[in-house]
Ligand binder design. Structure first.
Ligand code: C5P
Length: 234
């Protein structure tokens, strides 16, 4: 595809982990490196899109030509996404958003007590960012990620429908050397349907073997652009 395939389009991407504060010095988080989301942002920019990268805390440089918005918690990420979603043509939720946050953030550092060997934290559910944007009308073309350890295709296709997404990138996270923190990844792209020449339709599916996150990102962006074109013929 040409370098200008996405020219005139705005693509918003979430990447990295979120950080859920417990007190002024502690937080809950996960091992997301942000590499896949940053590779997607670089690929989208190379196709000529205006790219907004809403990023949790990661140790990565901003790809050239990408507008980066730094956030920490899921609530902050959700607010940044809400501000950006309205004028986005495509939204890609690649962030590993924490499912829960502390019900109360302690104003002062939590103290270790001498009389108790256990500490109980009460957690509350975070908003499902991608589901919230998918419910908006009009809405951008929505792409989500699904990390599974078994029955990849079944769970991912279920998530595609349940979360009302246009495409899902399914990762088998049980494979050594791929995914979280790694340089390489494999993926299965699923979308609702492909129009056949005879007018009938079949579920969309593209299997991408293990490769660098950079080349994987280019294929994901090109497939997303094709889905966008199929949705809004002009
Ligand atoms: O349900 P699950 O967490 O597996 O869904 C993964 C997809 O949903 C990813 O695209 C992720 O970025 C997005 N997500 C989100 N907000 C959440 C949880 C997940 O946007 N609170």
């Amino acid at each position: 595809s040409s370098n200008a395939a996405a020219s005139g389009l705005t693509i918003t991407i979430t990447a990295g982990p979120t950080r859920e504060p417990l007190d002024p010095v502690r937080y809950l988080s996960n091992h997301s490196s942000g590499k896949m989301g940053y590779a997607l942002a670089a690929a989208a920019a190379s196709r000529g899109a205006r790219v907004r990268l809403i990023s949790g805390p990661v140790a990565l440089d901003t790809p050239p030509g990408v507008e980066r918005i730094d956030v920490e918690s899921a609530i902050e990420m959700c607010e940044a996404v809400r501000r950006a979603a309205a004028d986005s043509d495509i939204f890609i939720g690649c962030a590993a958003v924490a499912d829960y946050r502390a019900e109360q953030i302690s104003e002062h550092k939590l103290k270790k007590t001498t009389d108790d060997d256990t500490l109980t934290l009460r957690l509350v559910k975070n908003p499902d960012i991608i589901a919230e944007i998918a419910a908006c009308e009009p809405r951008p073309l929505m792409i989500g990620f699904a990390a599974e350890t078994r029955d990849l295709e079944t769970y991912a296709r279920d998530k595609l429908i349940r979360k009302n997404l246009d495409m899902i990138v399914a990762n088998d996270v049980g494979q050594a050397g791929l995914g979280f923190g790694a340089e390489r990844n494999a993926a299965l792209l699923l979308w609702r349907e492909d129009q056949r020449r005879d007018g009938s339709s079949a579920p969309g599916r593209l299997e991408l073997p293990a490769q660098s996150k950079a080349t994987l990102a280019e294929t994901i962006i090109d497939t997303a652009l094709a889905r966008f074109a199929a949705r809004a013929p002009s």
